[in-house]
Ligand binder design. Structure first.
Ligand code: ZN
Length: 328
C-alpha cells in the first residue's frame, strides 16, 4: 500500500497513485478540504512515495529514513506565521529552491493554508508557479478555494478531500488521542468529518460546557441575567468564546430538529435522554431567528467586537426573543 497509515480518502489515494505510476505528476497540486481532514498527511506520504528508491515507501532507503525522521532536507514546509504567510517566508523558499536538492529526485514544497497567503506573498509565490523549478512538486492546501488568486488556481491541479466517515474518525481518534468511550460520540458528532485537535484536547471542559449552554438556553426566561453574565465572562477569560457560540448555534438547531420530531439529525443526539422539550420556550420561527443572532454575533466577534459585550448582548437578545411569545 502506497499510503499505509492514511485512513479514508480512498479516491485521493488512488488518484495520486495513478499519477505516480503513469509518471504524470504535475508541477503543482491544490489540495482542497476542511482543516484537520488530513491533507498534509497525504502530502508527506506522497512526497515519500515520490522519492523512495524502491518506489513503494520501503522505510529502509536513505530517502525513506529521512522522511520517517521528519527531517528530509528536500521537503519544504511553509505555514503561516501569525495570521498570514509572509513575503519573507516566500523569499526564503525561493532562495532554498535555487539550490540543488540534497537527496531527493523530486523535491516537495508544501504550502499549508495557502488561503492565508497575503497579496504580497501570493504574488511572489505566483512567480515560482509560473516558472516551476525542475524536479519540484508544489502542493498547496486550502479550505477556501475562493480566497486564492485565480492566477494561482489556474496553475494547480485541484484535488478535493471529502469529510471522513465516522468509522475513520473513530479509528484515528482512538489511535492518536486519549478519548474515553463516553466522550467518543460527542467528539465525533462535533467533528463534521475532520479531526479537531483543539476540541479533542479540551474534550472534558467542552463536554461540561455544552451542558451548561443547554441549561442556560432553557432557563433564559426564568432566571435573571447575573449568573449567565458571570459564566460568560469566565468563558471569554479562558478563550472559550468560540465554543460558546458553536454550542449555542448547535443547540438551537437541535431544538429545531426536536420540534420537527427529527432527533436523528441532532448533533447532540448522544444527550437526547437529558433534554426536556418542555423547557425550550420558543417555537421554530423564534429558534430560526435566534440562530441568525448567533451567526451575527460570530461575525461581529471575528471583526474584533468586544467579546464579553457581544456575547452578553446575544444572551439578552435571545432572552427577549424567547419572552416575546412563549410557545411550549
Ligand atoms: Zn524507500
Amino acid at each position: 500500500m502506497n499510503f499505509s497509515g492514511i485512513y479514508g480518502h480512498d479516491k485521493v489515494k488512488e488518484y495520486l497513485s495513478k499519477a505516480f505510476e503513469l509518471n504524470r505528476v504535475p508541477s503543482a497540486y491544490l489540495f482542497l478540504g476542511e482543516n484537520g481532514i488530513g491533507k498534509s498527511s497525504v502530502v508527506f506520504k506522497f512526497a515519500q512515495l515520490l522519492n523512495c528508491e524502491t518506489h513503494s515507501i520501503c522505510h529502509v532507503c536513505d530517502n525513506c529514513r529521512l522522511f520517517d525522521s521528519g527531517k528530509h532536507p528536500d521537503f519544504h514546509l511553509v505555514k503561516r506565521n501569525g495570521q498570514f504567510i509572509r513575503i519573507a517566508q516566500i523569499q526564503e523558499l525561493i532562495s532554498r529552491l535555487s539550490l540543488k536538492s540534497a537527496y531527493a529526485s523530486k523535491r516537495v514544497v508544501l504550502i499549508q493554508e495557502a488561503d492565508r497567503l497575503n497579496q504580497e506573498s501570493a504574488n511572489s509565490f505566483l512567480k515560482i508557479l509560473e516558472e516551476p523549478p525542475l524536479d519540484t512538486l508544489m502542493v498547496l492546501t486550502a479550505s477556501e478555494e475562493n480566497m486564492l488568486l485565480e492566477t494561482i488556481l489556474s496553475r494547480c491541479q485541484k484535488v478535493s478531500f471529502s469529510p471522513l466517515s465516522r468509522e475513520v474518525l473513530k479509528r484515528i481518534i482512538t489511535e492518536r488521542f486519549a478519548v474515553n468511550d463516553s466522550e467518543m460520540d460527542f467528539v465525533i458528532n462535533y467533528s463534521r468529518g475532520r479531526i479537531r485537535k483543539d476540541f479533542i484536547d479540551k474534550v472534558a471542559v467542552l463536554n461540561t460546557m455544552r451542558r451548561q449552554v443547554l441549561i442556560m438556553l432553557c432557563s433564559l426566561i426564568l432566571e435573571n441575567m447575573v449568573a449567565h453574565t458571570i459564566q460568560i465572562e469566565q468563558w471569554v477569560k479562558k478563550d472559550l468564546h468560540e465554543y460558546f457560540l458553536e454550542f449555542t448555534a448547535i443547540w438551537l438547531k437541535d431544538f429545531i430538529y426536536l420540534k420537527m420530531e427529527n432527533p436523528g439529525q441532532m448533533t447532540n443526539r448522544d444527550m437526547i435522554d437529558e433534554i426536556d422539550i418542555s423547557a425550550i420556550h420558543a417555537d421554530q420561527e423564534q429558534l430560526n431567528q435566534a440562530f441568525g443572532l448567533v451567526i451575527e454575533t460570530e461575525l461581529a466577534v471575528k471583526a474584533n467586537a468586544g467579546k464579553v459585550l457581544a456575547l452578553e448582548s446575544l444572551i439578552i437578545q435571545l432572552k427577549q426573543l424567547f419572552e416575546g411569545e412563549m410557545v411550549l
